[in-house]
Design a binder for this molecule. Structure first.
Ligand SMILES: [Zn+2]
Ligand SMILES: [Zn+2]
Length: 363
């Protein structure tokens, strides 16, 4: 539905972001998209900046200039990763805007699945987006969109963490840990030097005097250590998930039973998470809504509409397992593309049971 403020815009000029149904906010005529919790992200950025500026002012002058350079570089990396994570499309699967209620309701009772490395992965129908979710995708209730390789919704980033921004999220978590350790370490060094120069009979007196003489370094030991205690375990947790090619969502829900079909060995899992080519976004907020591809009405595509809108098919490479096999009657397209917008009235697959359960074909 077009927002009231956009009602004056002729329908032919309405852009995709102006009729966006997720809870995102768009700036600069759709060039920048942020999640619903962007104020929390801004607060985190201001807090990080405050701590770093205090470190540069109160601690760095008593140390070698290279410490300041290192601190600025880590701060810049942290803010850059934070900005990328918060503003990049996390891997949103476009909605099917043209499916009527009857068609959508018919899909609720249909069961579909794909075979990934010999494991049958059920596909879920999203009532809200009116699409069959690709494997590993999930609907975020905070953002009100389906996201590919959904990991979790991060309130600090104000955004979902998914296929396209997971590597930047990992970069952010890592750089925050390094920044905290760096700031706390050098602040502790300066604080201890101050303590050693003081002469007091009791240790408590030394600490109190230390804070009186160098409040900046004392505070900058405690605060980054607190953040490190929170973010450090999170970084370790995600390192473990990356090595097993799991998402947080999958770790919690265990949707595949005992075997993870996406496990490809530690080295390839790490490569896939951090170094694989970044997929192009499938949403084009600045495109005219009228230009949305024919998949919107056909229900599926052979992938040719991607050139126009970036919407449409998800290739087998889209979920990065070329050996994933559709096991039922999904129209997979000329080149094996996996459709996210499936027709509601699929003919029964060969051997399909009357209740819609598809036969399982082992890869
Ligand atoms: Zn959805
Ligand atoms: Zn979200």
């Amino acid at each position: 539905m077009v927002p009231p403020e956009m009602a004056a815009i002729p329908p032919s000029q309405t852009k995709v972001w102006q009729m966006w149904q997720g809870r995102h906010t768009f700036c600069c005529d759709g060039r920048i998209m942020v999640g619903p919790d962007i104020n929390v992200t801004i607060f985190a950025a201001v807090l990080t900046t405050g701590v770093c500026v205090s470190f540069w002012i109160f601690v760095c002058p008593s140390l070698h200039p290279a410490v300041l350079v290192g601190g600025v570089a880590l701060y810049a990396a942290t803010i850059a990763f934070m900005t990328l994570t918060a503003t990049i499309d996390p891997g949103i699967v476009p909605r099917n805007l043209h499916m009527d209620d009857a068609e959508a309701a018919a899909n609720v009772s249909v069961q579909r699945s794909v075979d990934v490395n010999g494991v049958t992965v059920p596909l879920k129908w999203c009532h809200t987006c009116r699409i069959w979710r690709p494997p590993r995708a999930s609907h975020c209730t905070e953002c009100n969109v389906c996201v590919e390789r959904f990991d979790h919704h991060c309130p600090w980033m104000g955004q979902c963490i998914g296929r396209r921004n997971y590597r930047f999220f990992i970069g952010f978590v890592t750089s925050v840990c390094l920044l905290c350790a760096y700031t706390a370490g050098f602040s502790l060094y300066v604080f201890v030097e101050v303590l050693m120069s003081l002469h007091a009979r009791l240790q408590v007196d030394v600490l109190v005097k230390g804070f009186e003489h160098s409040p900046g370094s004392g505070t900058l030991v405690a605060f980054p250590c607190l953040i490190l205690l929170c973010v450090g375990p999170l970084a370790c947790y995600h390192c473990a998930l990356i090595s097993e090619n799991k998402t947080t969502n999958e770790e919690i829900k265990s949707p595949y039973g005992g075997r993870n079909p996406f496990q490809r060995g530690c080295r390839r899992n790490c490569q896939e998470a951090c170094c694989s080519a970044l997929d192009s976004s499938r949403i084009h907020p600045r495109s005219l809504a009228e230009e949305l591809g024919p998949w919107q009405s056909d229900g599926f595509t052979d992938g040719t509409s991607d050139a126009l809108t970036g919407n449409g098919a998800i290739s087998s490479e889209g979920f990065e397992h070329e050996d994933a096999v559709l096991v039922d009657s999904f129209p997979s397209g000329r080149d094996g593309h996996f459709p996210s917008h499936l027709p509601s009235h699929l003919p029964p697959a060969e051997g399909e049971q009357p209740n819609g359960t598809a036969p399982v074909q082992q890869a």
